[in-house]
Design a protein around this ligand. Structure first.
Ligand SMILES: Nc1nc2c(ncn2[C@@H]2O[C@H](COP(=O)(O)OP(=O)(O)OP(=O)(O)O)[C@@H](O)[C@H]2O)c(=O)[nH]1
Ligand SMILES: [Mg+2]
Ligand SMILES: [Zn+2]
Length: 298
């Protein structure tokens, strides 16, 4: 018998599919996906076939709205980047990597500066407000910003991402006390989190919509970058867009050219300098890419 559902959890080769008619079916993926180099992802809508009571196979994956490798999720309406100005401090470059890939894939982004009770994080918030992103200042500890965040999540599929220990799971617990997700202290000595969340899992919100908790990035981790991003990098920095047609030279790389409107906007303060620095870093990394060693789908 076949039915439809959405993958809610992926763990050790098993996919836990939330069936449309209720209940969860524990599935293996059909062999053909591996041959095609296609992995089912949390957020995927799938056709499943029950092979014995309670377990079955992921039979078909419905066409995706988008798919991400890191975190490994699909059909995302918005990435919620949790950041922190307290330990573990978020490197803006990590945020800018996410915003660029999200823009490439037509996915919204919300920036949430957490741990405001420890460090207000005003500088971080300013960068992203000026770049045009919705920004929420929050504290999972005091509850600040939680109602605003809840409102932004309603009715959508959101994936939480950010470096380990910034409080992704804590924020989700504050949004919905019933979640009771595991959280753990950060290492003060090393200044980073302990990778408490180990798998990707989707949770339904009582206000409608769903959220996906994901394992945190380590601060030095390099997410894969693809050729698609290489071709379209300038436009994935949304606040650069109004200037892109104003540069003196066609094909301007916006890195050092005379008459570059993007550089002028940075100088004059309309584009945050740290965003342009991230652009330069990504530009240099992507320059190294060659078609033969890169997957197309990032
Ligand atoms: N003071 C304060 N502590 C917080 C806040 N949010 C989270 N924490 C603490 O930060 C630590 C890490 O929180 P987690 O929710 O486990 O962080 P995470 O982002 O889910 O981490 P990973 O699962 O490793 O990616 C815990 O000790 C939390 O209690 C906050 O707003 N204020
Ligand atoms: Mg966590
Ligand atoms: Zn330019």
């Amino acid at each position: 018998m076949s039915s439809r559902g959405q993958i809610g959890k992926a763990l050790s080769g098993f996919y836990y599919v939330n069936l449309e008619d209720g209940g969860v079916l524990t599935c293996r993926a059909r062999g053909k996906f591996r041959k095609e180099g296609l992995a089912p992802l949390v957020g995927d809508w799938v056709e499943v076939r029950e092979t014995e009571p309670g377990s079955g196979m992921v039979w078909e994956i419905e066409p995706r709205r988008n798919a991400f490798q890191r975190p490994a999720v699909a059909n995302i309406d918005q990435m919620v980047v949790i950041a922190s100005a307290a330990i573990p401090v978020t490197d803006p470059f990590l945020i800018d990597r996410v915003t660029a890939i999200a823009a490439l894939k037509g996915c919204g982004v919300v920036i949430c500066v957490n741990k405001c009770d420890l460090q207000p994080g005003q500088d971080l918030a300013d960068i992203y407000r000026r770049a045009g992103f919705p920004v929420v200042m929050a504290s999972a500890e005091t509850g600040k910003g939680i109602p605003a965040l809840r409102e932004m999540l309603a009715g959508k599929l959101s994936a939480f991402t950010g470096n380990s220990g910034v409080g992704k799971s804590s924020i989700l617990n504050a949004i919905e006390s019933g979640f009771a997700l595991q959280v753990a202290d950060v290492s003060e000595k090393l200044g980073r989190g302990r990778h408490t969340t180990r798998h990707v899992e989707l949770y339904r919100l009582s206000c409608g919509g769903s959220v996906i908790d994901t394992p945190g990035f380590s601060s030095f981790e390099e997410a894969e970058l693809g050729l698609a991003l290489k071709e379209r990098l300038p436009e994935t920095f949304l606040e650069f867009r109004p200037y892109l047609a104003e540069c003196r030279f066609v094909g301007c790389s916006h890195t050092r050219e005379k008459g570059c409107a993007v550089l002028a906007a940075v100088k004059e303060g309309s584009i945050p300098r740290s965003r342009h620095e991230s652009y330069l870093r990504l530009y240099r990394e992507l320059k190294e890419l060659r078609s033969w060693n890169q997957r197309e789908n990032t």
